[in-house]
Design a binder for this molecule. Structure first.
Ligand code: IFM
Length: 466
């Protein structure tokens, strides 16, 4: 599908294409992840992941949805790459499916599984798009979960083996590697809250998972660097909480400290400083949990990195709850919300980026995800079937502006990946929530670029030609 040169006229004002503060060499990209788009869950030797299993659990996913077909990207990949090229974007962040590359999570690579990513990388490079590969976006091979999952230390070593297999095959062409996406979600949503795969509700296990994800990251960084022939750019993606106290009462301030510790510093500090924050360790002890740190782990975890990926969607206002370690989020009715419904707060992004660059100086930052779910209305009656997603367009423009402000305040933010290239399987929400800048008709698999995609294309072009 080729893309019309101009957005269809919605009659509504479009945000400015000229985002202040972004340089001509700013990286403009889009992002996806394997389980959310690929489908083909039984193809070419892939084995089940924890999300295949979780999707079969009654009541776990809205409408009983699953990723069996998703966007059928496994079979439509060249067309999807053409979409990115037509948008004139610089980079594409995708993830590799671990159970496709290494069925069962141990042993040799699956040649056919790797072939798919090989073709994807070649397609991207042929169209001048830089591949950014994420190794783990939540789809743990089910066999490894059966052996204990991330709460078990061995999973970190299995992850390092897999990282070496993937980087060994693709590292002659892929120079940007992200080890983990949002370990908070893997550990806390997967093992404590239970709303994500594998759906366990065990706080102690979740905290063990946090540490083993970090260990897996550090081990994987070493292995990637050992096999990638040219200097690889290696990083990790976090979704650090951006929290504000509801008041200056000591209890609310302490609740905010705790939320920041558990939502941001427990990830940032070990990876970027080689230590867990003391107040977090003490909070965990009060909650009956501990990080299973062994000698040498923190040195392994704190590998020098080339960049830090930040995913940002919303911020939280926090107050003291019904006991220590139980902060509550205070809704802000004055803020507009997305369909999730997440409060829209671009200033939170500026604050997060300036804070990270102040507290963890010297590491380039990339927004590896930002975007919004809205209930798009497809004008079926219109001949062009256009999708005037003015809310999403404004959301992206406002958050890119927030990035520009952070840069002007000194944060070294070098790029922005919109989440997501196309509507896809939004985890426990199934297909109900649409984050795509390209609409997907799941009946026909027809892709239609939304106004936000065309605006992103034009904003990228305007920035480059400054
Ligand atoms: O869809 C997810 C993605 O997989 C990880 N970050 C947040 C997105 C929106 O919920």
């Amino acid at each position: 599908m080729s893309i019309d040169p101009q957005p269809a006229d919605s009659g509504l004002p479009l945000p400015t294409l000229n985002i202040p503060g972004l340089p001509a060499d700013f990286v403009w990209g889009v992002a996806t992840s394997a389980y959310q788009i690929e489908g083909a869950v039984d193809a070419d030797g892939r084995t089940p992941s924890i999300w295949d299993t979780f999707s079969r659990t009654p009541g776990a996913i809205a409408n009983g949805d699953h990723g069996n077909t998703a966007c059928d990207h496994y079979h439509r990949m060249p067309d999807d790459v053409r979409l990115i090229a037509d948008l004139g974007l610089d980079a594409y962040r995708f993830s590799l499916s671990w159970p496709r590359v290494q069925p069962g999570g141990r042993g040799p690579a699956n040649g056919k599984g790797l072939d798919f990513y090989d073709r994807l990388v070649d397609e991207l490079l042929a169209r001048g798009i830089t591949p950014w590969a994420t190794l783990y976006h939540w789809d743990l091979p089910q066999a490894l979960e059966d052996a204990g999952g991330w709460p078990e230390r061995d999973t970190a070593h299995r992850f390092a083996d897999y990282a070496e297999l993937a980087a060994g095959r693709l590292g002659d062409r892929v120079q940007h590697w992200i080890t983990l996406n949002e370990p908070f979600c893997s550990a806390i949503l997967g093992y404590h809250v239970g709303c994500h795969a594998p759906g366990r509700q065990d706080f102690r296990a979740a905290i063990r998972a946090v540490h083993h994800l970090h260990l897996g990251h550090g081990l994987a960084v070493r292995r990637i660097r050992s096999v990638v022939p040219t200097p690889a750019q290696v990083g990790i993606t976090f979704n650090p909480a951006q929290v504000y106290p509801a008041s200056t009462e000591p209890a609310d301030l302490d609740a905010t400290r705790h939320a920041d510790g558990m939502g941001a510093r427990i990830y940032l500090d070990p990876v970027l400083r080689g230590e867990y924050p003391q107040d977090v360790v003490e909070d965990l002890a009060r909650l009956g949990a501990s990080l299973p740190v062994e000698a040498g782990d923190l040195d392994t975890i704190a590998q020098p990195l080339d960049f830090l990926g930040i995913n940002y969607y919303f911020s939280d206002v926090v107050a003291a709850g019904d006991g220590p370690g139980r902060p509550v989020t205070v809704p802000r009715p004055d803020r507009p919300v997305t369909a999730m419904p997440w409060e829209i707060h671009p200033q939170g992004m500026t604050d997060l980026l300036t804070r990270i660059s102040r507290d963890y100086p010297g590491i380039p930052l990339y927004i590896t995800e930002n975007g919004a779910a809205f209930d798009d209305s497809v004008h079926a009656a219109d001949a062009d079937g256009s999708i005037q997603d003015i809310d999403r367009t404004a959301y992206l423009a406002d958050h890119l502006t927030a990035v520009g402000r952070a840069r002007e305040a000194g944060a070294d933010v070098r790029g922005f990946f919109a989440w997501s290239l196309m509507d896809n399987f939004e985890w426990a929400y199934g297909y109900d929530k649409r984050f795509g800048i390209v609409h997907v008709d799941y009946e026909t698999q027809r892709r239609t670029p939304k106004q936000s995609a065309l605006w992103l294309r034009d904003a990228a072009g305007a920035t480059r030609s400054r």
